[in-house]
Design a protein around this ligand. Structure first.
Ligand code: UD1
Length: 349
């Protein structure tokens, strides 16, 4: 199948592209390279032996989106990753987030309708659940959606509503929204991994950069939460397991296996780990202690959330396979390979 992967040079998009290509699918990537690097294409080629097709443009430009779909009439499905995702930045620049994340989705849906492309997988997030009530843990897809804590989270909620309203109106459209928990780790080749620009916002790249000495000290945002060791709990999921969930989703759509036109799946392992447990797993992987200090809480952080993945396991036929130790190990191998210039990516000073 020929699949459009938007944001395919980004972290999750590039790993998913590898998995799609290794399953025999053809991928065309559209990416504006706002928050990713073109070298991801070289890395994908190194791993798969094939280079995905690539077009660089901004999906908020409807003329370009229309032109793209008019030329690629053989696309059987879309996986839409391209979006901004920094929580703090979204608070300071909400319009940048609403424009980019929503206008791009609307443009894609309009073209899908016009050019009769039926299937789209959307990158949603467990952020839509907000802070779950204690009796809702592990959290299932049936849990209530809470008011978003930040504009970024709100774009995911609104996008799900846009998609649901669209399937109700347009009978040719099928949607699977995947609600990711916390994707971490890297491809086992260490040729691809998470590569944030500048100072990382997220935990795992901050850990690996601190381990390598790029950052002096990891700040742990609070150890006075109501959890066993006082630090927040997340459901970390290996990015290659997440990539496989996307392949399962596009194949489910293409094979006519959907039960409804709009389906939502949690993509997590079902296990929660605290920040300190994630650090200790990394210390095992790297074989040395990590320099960290406990600081104050970060505004807007969820205390504890982990998935009930049973619906996804049973219905999508997908299950996360890799452990937290495999996640931290692969993230560490990637960080080292990248810093030592053993990948296709130019090393950032
Ligand atoms: C955050 C967003 C989520 C978004 C995801 C991807 C919130 C509440 N959620 O997830 O919506 O989809 O990023 O960008 O912001 N931590 C530290 N020190 C650090 C970094 C993180 O202690 O330097 C802790 C955090 O307090 C948190 C855990 O590590 O408890 C995970 O943080 P992070 O990787 O940023 O992910 P989320 O906050 O879960």
């Amino acid at each position: 199948m020929k699949i459009l992967v938007t944001g395919g040079t980004g972290y999750i998009g590039s790993h998913t592209t590898v998995e799609l290509m290794q399953k025999g699918h053809e991928v065309v990537i559209v990416d504006a390279l706002f928050n990713s690097r073109a070298e991801a294409l070289d890395a994908i080629e190194t791993i798969t032996g094939k280079r995905p097709e690539f077009e660089q443009f901004d999906l908020t430009d409807n003329t370009k989106v229309d032109d793209f779909f008019s030329r690629h009439t053989d696309i059987k499905g879309v996986i839409h990753f391209a979006a901004h995702k920094a929580v703090g930045e979204s608070v300071n620049e909400p319009l940048k987030y609403y424009r980019n994340n929503l206008v791009s989705l609307i443009n894609i849906l309009e073209s899908m309708k016009k050019y009769k492309v039926g299937n789209i997988v959307f990158s949603s997030s467990c952020t839509v659940y907000g802070e779950p009530d204690a009796d809702n843990l592990p959290i299932s897809e049936k849990a209530p959606i809470k008011k978003a804590e930040c504009p970024y989270g709100n774009t995911k909620q609104i996008a799900e509503e846009v998609l649901e309203d669209s399937v109700n109106a347009y009978k040719t459209l099928n949607v699977i929204a995947l609600r990711y928990f916390n994707p971490v780790g890297a491809h086992e080749s260490a040729q691809l991994g998470e590569l944030p620009f500048g100072v990382p916002n997220n935990l795992m790249p901050y850990i690996t950069q601190t381990g390598y000495g790029i950052r002096q000290c990891l700040k742990v945002f609070g150890n006075d939460y109501d959890t066993p060791d006082g630090t927040p709990i997340r459901d970390y999921i290996h990015v290659m397991d997440l990539a496989k969930a996307h392949v399962a989703a596009v194949e489910r759509m293409a094979n006519g296996k959907m039960k409804k036109q709009f389906e939502v799946f949690n993509v997590g392992t079902g296990k929660g780990y605290s920040v300190l447990e994630a650090i200790h797993s990394f210390e095992k992987a790297s074989g040395k202690p990590l320099n960290y200090e406990i600081v104050g809480r970060r505004a807007g952080d969820i205390v504890k959330i982990w998935a009930d993945p049973s619906f996804t396991n049973n219905e999508l036929g997908w299950k996360a396979e890799r452990s937290i130790d495999e996640m931290t190990k692969s993230a560490w191998e990637w960080e080292k390979a990248y810093r030592q210039g053993k990948t296709k990516f130019k090393v950032e000073e």
